[in-house]
Design a protein around this ligand. Structure first.
Ligand SMILES: *Cc1c(COP(=O)(O)O)cnc(C)c1O
Length: 401
């Protein structure tokens, strides 16, 4: 037997040297505002549970009631032993929330991208992605075998140049444009109206991942596409049930024909066991909270918290309050690691986000704010950040982006 451990150990040692090695920590408690990791308690500013719904009494009760009634595991794919009525109810709720005819639930957002993109694009097609598109969107595009092109983040002139160059080829291949509506590591928002106009002009299709917008934007938390009234012009609305909704799973929303097609062609849907009905019940309850006046109140608290944090960090915050994600870009991997360690010593959990999650030299603290944070928690974070962030006026760090 060939032993490969020395190679793996050497690769890990290199990651260590570069400040890029990752470790799992034992978590005894994971709440929207508090973590207990390796026996120590921290204020949590790293979760995507933007509304605190992972702990919501109605969401918990829905999951428990469904477990008592239906058990835990599903046993097989929905195409093999039947599609549970709770999945159908969840999908109808998602479709109504997104104001499109149909939706299809997957076991995760990641699985949604991996199933959907290769179902719709193949080796003869072209996929054009925003440079900062999430890893699952890139992996889905790679898996499809389509030609891939990337435009610089939010640079629609460059996107247009790519669309134009493809049109000149005149080969009539399908073109899929892929973006997020709120970018996961930068917290900025795509210009969806301009994107939609552009892809329509070139006859391309558009997939928009609303992972960090659903639950957070819109009167019912429906996300940016529907808020902007673009639901009839975005062919593929993708999202996750695991962030603002506080549960687990992903979805693709769009036309009835699209959903029927994905049931037949999305391999991560076909060849994977159905998510537990209890997760569908929990997600259904979470969407109903997000749609209700309570959801609007939670979003109001969330925005108040975002504003307070932005005030506390001054010019370190991005110029526009675009989302619940506030990136503090430190640049060098070691600076981000040092800042994260200083926060940890002060009892605050904000990991350093580094390559390959973000580009080299753009390491950052990615602060995520939740409606569940109290004003005192936000003020406490602000006090600690002011002591550890370099004065932006006096000590410029090497920020390459
Ligand atoms: C988290 C995330 C996903 C993956 O969703 P999961 O349900 O966690 O698998 C997809 N896209 C974006 C932009 C994300 O941030």
């Amino acid at each position: 037997m060939v032993t490969f451990e020395p190679d793996l150990a050497a690769a890990l040692a290199r990651l260590d040297e570069q400040g890029l090695r990752r470790h799992l920590r034992a978590a005894e408690e994971i709440g929207p505002t508090r973590l207990v990791l390796d026996g120590k308690g921290y204020l949590n500013f790293a979760s995507n549970d933007y509304l605190g719904l992972a702990q919501h009494p109605r969401v918990r009760a829905a999951a428990k009631a469904a477990i008592d009634q239906f058990g835990v595991g599903s046993g097989a794919s929905r195409l093999v032993t039947g599609s549970h009525r709770l999945h159908a109810e969840l999908e109808a709720e998602i479709a109504g929330w997104k104001r499109v005819p149909r939706a299809l639930a997957f076991s995760s957002g990641y699985a949604t991208a991996l199933g959907t993109i290769p179902a719709l694009a193949g080796p003869r097609d072209l996929i054009i992605l925003d440079k900062l598109a999430h890893a699952c969107l890139i992996d889905g595009a790679r898996l499809s075998g389509a030609e891939m092109r990337v435009f610089p983040h939010q640079n629609l002139d460059r996107l247009e140049a790519l669309l134009e160059a493809n049109a000149r080829l005149g080969n009539g291949r399908n073109v899929l444009v892929v973006t997020e509506s709120v970018f996961s590591m930068d917290g900025d928002r795509a210009d969806l109206k301009a994107l939609v106009d552009l892809k329509d002009r070139y006859g391309a299709r558009l997939l928009v991942d609303e992972a960090h917008a659903a639950g957070v934007f819109g009167g019912a938390g429906e996300g940016l596409i529907s808020l902007l009234g673009l639901q009839d012009r975005v062919e593929l609305q993708m999202g996750t049930l695991s962030k603002a909704l506080g549960v687990c799973g992903g979805y693709l929303a769009g036309s009835a024909t699209l959903v029927d097609y994905l049931v037949n062609r999305a391999r991560s849907f076909i060849y994977s066991t159905a998510p537990p009905p209890a997760l569908a019940a929990a997600a259904l309850a979470a969407i109903r909270v997000a749609e209700a006046p309570e959801g609007a109140q939670l979003r109001q608290r969330l925005w108040t918290n975002v504003d307070e944090l932005r005030k506390a960090v001054g010019s370190w915050a991005p110029p526009e309050p675009a989302s619940a994600i506030v990136p503090l870009k430190l640049g060098l991997e070691k600076d981000a690691l040092a800042a994260s360690a200083a926060l940890r010593n002060a009892g605050i959990w904000i990991p350093a986000i580094r390559y390959p999650t973000v580009a080299k030299g753009t390491a950052r603290l990615r602060v995520t704010v939740s409606a569940a944070h109290s004003p005192a928690m936000i003020a406490g974070l602000g006090r600690v950040l002011r002591t550890i962030l370099p004065d932006p006026g006096r000590a410029p760090l090497e920020i390459t982006k």
